[in-house]
Design a protein around this ligand. Structure first.
Ligand code: A2P
Length: 268
């Protein structure tokens, strides 16, 4: 009997159990999955919820995960790292369609459009699995209704780690539901730092050197026009905050919208 089979029957007894419908393994370190959505769950694109499995001690083992699907989707999608000795992801990476996971239907988070003042251009800055909340926002018509231009900068070490985001972005203009909202508003700037690819370099370096502005033909960051959302490691977030503050943008929150918002990408 696998660990998961041991976990599954007990999870079914929990009121917060949801059924996995699809699992995609992107690399040996990254996977995404979809599951049923509780009827009562309302959330804003960009928010996160607690999800997990029953641990060996019979208690729920939960972690905060950004919802990667948009708020209109009838299912939920999540994008996760696999940590070999991670308490949750060492088990979660083995889920298959039909398995049950635990999902606490209490969405929260600051990477929401409501936490930003109106602006012209929305920048989404992500490293690694930090792209998950943006996968939700990029599929939400409201994102394109509120902004003239939406720019996703996503940086990973290897090319294969960009693939989840790349396939999502490339599918958007043709998407029957939101393609017309996306139009030609979306610009995509993927880079790798430890493998050759079309574009290289850290997001921070491409901003401070001005390379990304030159490559995309957009003006430098300006607090009147530009809004930012940041999601990555603690170090990345700290460095990005410094760059955005230097450009004159201020950190916002649900209670006090401003020019940018930040959240840590979740791991474990
Ligand atoms: P690098 O390869 O130069 O460290 P990680 O897997 O360590 O979280 O990194 C994911 C991506 O984020 C990598 O491409 C990494 O670049 C980049 N990165 C890590 N820390 C920072 C930072 N402080 N500022 C900008 N990019 C960063």
């Amino acid at each position: 009997m696998t660990d998961l089979q041991k976990i599954t029957p007990a999870a079914k007894a929990l009121p917060d159990a949801q059924t996995v419908t699809e699992v995609t393994h992107w690399t040996d370190r990254l996977f995404s999955f979809r599951c049923t959505r509780p009827r009562s769950l309302r959330f804003r694109s960009g928010e996160f919820v607690m999800i997990g499995l029953l641990g060996d001690n019979g208690k729920p083992l939960l972690r905060a995960y950004s919802i990667a699907s948009p708020s209109w989707d009838e299912e939920l999608e999540f994008y996760s790292i696999k940590v070999p000795d991670g308490p949750l992801t060492s088990k979660l990476q083995h889920i298959q369609p039909g398995d049950e996971i635990i999902l606490r239907p209490k969405p929260v988070g600051t990477l929401v459009l409501d936490a930003l003042l109106p602006g012209k251009r929305l920048w989404l800055f992500a490293t690694g699995t930090g792209v998950a909340p943006f996968a939700s926002l990029l599929r939400d018509p409201e994102t394109y209704e509120k902004f003239e231009q939406v720019i996703l900068m996503h940086t990973c070490r290897q090319k294969a780690e960009l693939e989840y985001g790349r396939q999502l972005v490339e599918s958007l203009p043709e998407d029957p539901l939101i393609g017309e909202f996306v139009g030609d508003k979306l610009l995509y700037y993927p880079t790798t730092t430890q493998e050759e690819s079309a574009r290289g370099g850290r997001i921070t370096d491409n901003l401070t050197s001005g390379k990304v502005f030159a490559d995309l033909g957009v003006p430098p960051l300006d607090p009147v026009a530009d809004r930012g959302m940041v999601c990555g490691s603690l170090d990345f977030n700290t460095d990005m905050k410094a760059i955005l503050e230097e450009a004159g943008l201020r950190e916002g929150a649900n209670s006090e919208p401003a020019e940018y918002v930040v959240e840590k990408a979740f791991v474990g």
